[in-house]
Design a protein around this ligand. Structure first.
Ligand SMILES: [Zn+2]
Ligand SMILES: [Zn+2]
Length: 180
């Protein structure tokens, strides 16, 4: 949807976390891909259709134009105790980018999740995904779901040399992690 401000995207992401919804849980409710929602929250406003943005604004109680009554909260399936989780944000330093055959992949940090409640990323605060957003299989280590092959972290559009972009981002992450 065009004509939206990046501020709306940020408020939507904050409202989703306040509602203790993961990106994939909200994406299921409003009928879009988790990857598209992730990009939308990162400010790529055209990644969601006007209809989907309307559902999102209603679900999270963020007015687009006229104030809307918030709908009933939906049940979120609890993650399996002892399962892996990962941070779905491509801008989080948990996720290391690599260029493979001209495509950009992110290797997430697989974190053991023992709580049935939503778990936040210790680096950026995002709610961890505990199952594959594409097929629902448990999260495995590595960049892609072993069950369906989908990349876990949606890559942002990168102009120019993907390998150079990934190398620069890796050294930036190494620098940030080094001072932790
Ligand atoms: Zn994170
Ligand atoms: Zn999958």
């Amino acid at each position: 949807m065009t004509g939206l401000s990046i501020d709306f995207c940020k408020r939507a992401a904050a409202a989703r976390r306040d509602a203790r919804l993961s990106q994939s849980a909200l994406a299921r409710e409003i009928g879009c891909m988790q990857s598209a929602l992730s990009m939308f929250e990162a400010g790529f406003v055209t990644k969601l259709s006007a209809e989907t943005v309307k559902k999102l604004s209603e679900r999270l109680g963020i007015p687009l134009a006229e104030p809307q009554a918030p709908p009933e909260p939906a049940a979120v399936p609890p993650p399996l105790p002892g399962a892996y989780g990962y941070c779905p944000s491509c801008s989080c330093i948990s996720n290391i980018p690599y260029a493979v055959d001209g495509r950009l992949f992110f290797r997430p940090l697989a974190v053991k999740v023992f709580s049935a409640a939503p778990v936040h990323c210790t680096r950026c605060g995002e709610i961890l995904e505990t199952s594959c957003p594409a097929c629902g299989a448990p999260v495995n280590e590595g960049a892609c779901c072993a069950a369906c092959g989908s990349p876990y972290v949606a890559a942002p559009p990168v102009q120019g040399d993907i390998s150079a972009w990934a190398a620069e981002r890796r050294s930036e992450i190494a620098g940030i992690r080094g001072f932790n």
